[in-house]
Design a binder for this molecule. Sequence first.
Ligand SMILES: [Zn+2]
Length: 222
Amino acid sequence: MVFLIFMMMLPTYTNQTIPNQAQRPLEQLINAFARLPGVGPKTAQRYAFFVLKQPPEIAQLIASAITTAKTEVKSCRICHHWSHQDPCEICENPKRNALQLCVVESQQDVFALERTQTFTGKYHVLGGLIAPLDGVGPDQLNTRTLLERLPLNTADESLIIEVILALPPSTEGDTTSLYLSRILKPLGVKVSRIAYGLPVGGDLDYADQLTLTRALDGRTSF
Ligand SMILES: [Zn+2]
């Protein structure tokens, strides 16, 4: 009995937690990959083994690409999209239609819409959606900078005349769209929301280019 209790007090080690000095760097690499979204322990292990099988220069390329991107890619001070320059290329591009502003949840959505090559206006990344149950209100999102971009008077020739809400058709997306339409409409801008062709609960990032193009074309006024 005493022996049994003694055995139970000993730490138990699985394959992942063997306290072996030589295995630590490999475990560190697996744990680092496991931090990526959608990557479970097995996939993390596969990634780590892939890296180890590569020539040193490939591993160096991956490592330096991560470090360089993390150092040089910043959030644009105007639209909050990621770019190596601030303001970003889209905000700085005089050929973009300054009359239309497309509001999206995340930077990935900007990439998704840019892939369609149909939207020529500018963007504003909210950085999330209103989710009261998770404690996310309008103040936690980039709503203040959105309002700052809108004209204060209709005499301004460079004014934004339409705000397109390209938010996902989910409860949070609906709540955020409704909130934004209520604060934007009194400013005299046309507020529309993409709807056509997007599955309910679907993410913009996963929609194919044609679906997104149709969703933009079929936007409805608020
Ligand atoms: Zn920008």
